[in-house]
Design a protein around this ligand. Structure first.
Ligand code: AMP
Length: 393
C-alpha cells in the first residue's frame, strides 16, 4: 500500500510518499512559491535530489507537476499505485477529536473554522481540492493538528474570561502540534510496552509546545486559542500580559493586528536577541558572550522548564520527558541546560548520551527519577498511518 502525506501552506506543498508495508519513505519533497514568481520544487528519492524552477500558478498546478514527476522519475509506474492521501489539517475546532475521511462536510467545516486559523485552513482546502481534481477516486483523510488536544477537560481548556466568549465565539484553548505529540505518545507507549504512563512531550522547534499526556491522552498543552500562547519560540513571544497590546498600540501608533504580528513574527528568540530566530545562531552568539543572546537563550530554557514543572504537578509526577522537533532533537546544550534546571525533580542527564542529534536515545542516567528521551517526531508518518487505518476500515 502506498500513501501520500500532504502538508499544504498558502504558497507551499510538502509531501512524503510512504510504502506502508514497512513504513519507508519512497519519496518526499517540497513545492515552494506557488502563485509567486520563482516557484520551484524539490523531490528526494533513492538518495537523489531533483530541484527545478517551474511555473506554478496554483496548488492545482503543483499537484499536477508532482504526480507527473512521480511517474517521470520512475518513483511509481502508475497513479493507481497511490492508495490514499492524508492531509495535515490545522483547525478542527472542538468538532474533530480524531482523523476523518474527507467529504464535503469536512471541507465546509474547514471553511467555517477559518477565522480560527486564517492562514492555514484556506490553504488546507486548496490542497484538498487540488488532489480531488487530480485523483478523484482516491480516498482522502484529514488529520487535524487540534484533534489530540480534545481530551483536555473544561477546567483546562476554558479561560477565566466571560463565559459568553466561549459560548458565543468559541474562545477556549485548542492547542496545536497535536499530530506530533500523538506520534511521541504512541512511540513512548510502544517503547514502554504499556498503556499507563505520565509523559511530558516537549516539541521545541521554531514553533514550540509542551504537552502533558496521561495514558496516551492529552491532559494539557501550552499553546492556546492560537499558536501564539505558551512557551517562548523562535519568533513568537509565548504568553505575555495582554495589557501590553493596547499599551504598545498607543505608544507605537499601531493597530491590534500589527502588534499581534510583532508578537508572532518579531518576538521570541529573534525579538529578544535582535539577531536571529534560529537557535544555532543564538548559541553561536552566546559563545561570543553576547548579552542579549544569553538572556534570550536562558529565557527560552526557563519557559520550557516552567511548563515541565507545571505539568509534573498536574500529572502527579512524570515517567518520561521527551525532546523533539528542531531544537529538541538537535540542540545538545539546550537539552542539557533544561535537564540541569530540572535537577530538583531528580532528573539527571548523561552528558555522553546527550551528545546525539536526530536519533531515538535515552539521555538520562539510570538513576534519574524521570527517563528523558530524544525522539525525532514524524508527523508525516502519523498522517500516513491514520490514512491507512481509515481507508481500510
Ligand atoms: P523546526 O521548526 O522543528 O524545524 O526547528 C527549527 C529550530 O531548530 C531552529 O531554531 C534551529 O536552529 C533548531 N536547530 C536545528 N538544528 C539545530 C542544531 N544542530 N543545534 C541547535 N538548534 C538546531
Amino acid at each position: 500500500m502506498k500513501i501520500i502525506s500532504i502538508n499544504t501552506g498558502s504558497s507551499s506543498l510538502k509531501f512524503s510518499l510512504f510504502n506502508m508495508d514497512d513504513e519507508s519513505v519512497i519519496a518526499s519533497g517540497l513545492f515552494e512559491r506557488i502563485g509567486i514568481e520563482g516557484s520551484n520544487y524539490t523531490i528526494k528519492f533513492n538518495g537523489e535530489k531533483v530541484n527545478q524552477q517551474v511555473e506554478l500558478n496554483s496548488h492545482v498546478d503543483a499537484v499536477k507537476v508532482l504526480l507527473d514527476k512521480l511517474i517521470d522519475l520512475g518513483i511509481i509506474s502508475s497513479l493507481n499505485e497511490i492508495d490514499g492521501i492524508g492531509h495535515r489539517l490545522v483547525h478542527g475546532k472542538d468538532k474533530y477529536r480524531e482523523s476523518v475521511l474527507i467529504n464535503d462536510e469536512v471541507v465546509e467545516d474547514l471553511d467555517k473554522f477559518k477565522c480560527f486559523a486564517p492562514l492555514h485552513n484556506p490553504a488546507n482546502i486548496l490542497g484538498i481540492n487540488a488532489f480531488k481534481e487530480a485523483l478523484p477516486n482516491v480516498p482522502m483523510v484529514g488529520v487535524f493538528d487540534t484533534a489530540f488536544h480534545q481530551t483536555m477537560d473544561s477546567t483546562t481548556y476554558l479561560y477565566a474570561v466571560p463565559y459568553s466568549w466561549y459560548q458565543n465565539h468559541g474562545v477556549r484553548k485548542y492547542g496545536f502540534h497535536g499530530t506530533s505529540h500523538r506520534y511521541i505518545a504512541e512511540t513512548v507507549k510502544e517503547m514502554l510496552g504499556k498503556d499507563e504512563f505520565r509523559l511530558i512531550s516537549c516539541h521545541i522547534g521554531n514553533g514550540g509546545s509542551i504537552t502533558a499526556i496521561k495514558d496516551g491522552k492529552c491532559v494539557d498543552t501550552s499553546m492556546g486559542f492560537t499558536p501564539l500562547a505558551g512557551i517562548m519560540m523562535g519568533t513568537r513571544s509565548g504568553d505575555i500580559d495582554p495589557s501590553i497590546i493596547p499599551y504598545v498600540m498607543e505608544q507605537e501608533g499601531k493597530n491590534a493586528s500589527e502588534v499581534i504580528d510583532d508578537l508572532n513574527k518579531r518576538s521570541g528568540l529573534f525579538g529578544m536577541s535582535e539577531y536571529s530566530s534560529d537557535m544555532r545562531d543564538i548559541l553561536e552568539k552566546c559563545g561570543q558572550q553576547d548579552e542579549k543572546a544569553i538572556v534570550a537563550r536562558d529565557k527560552y530554557v526557563r519557559r520550557v522548564v516552567d511548563y515541565i514543572a507545571q505539568y509534573y504537578v498536574l500529572l502527579g509526577g512524570a515517567d518520561v520527558i521527551v525532546f523533539t522537533a528542531g531544537v529538541g532533537e538537535n540542540s545538545i546544550p539546550v537539552r542539557r541546560q533544561i535537564c540541569e534546571e530540572l535537577a530538583c525533580f531528580g532528573v539527571k542527564i548523561d552528558l555522553d548520551k546527550n551528545n546525539v542529534r536526530g536519533e531515538v536515545v535515552k539521555i538520562s542516567t539510570d538513576d534519574s527519577s524521570i527517563d528523558v528521551y530524544v525522539i525525532p517526531t514524524d508527523e508525516e508518518l502519523m498522517i500516513a498511518r491514520d490514512t491507512l487505518h481509515l481507508i481500510n476500515r
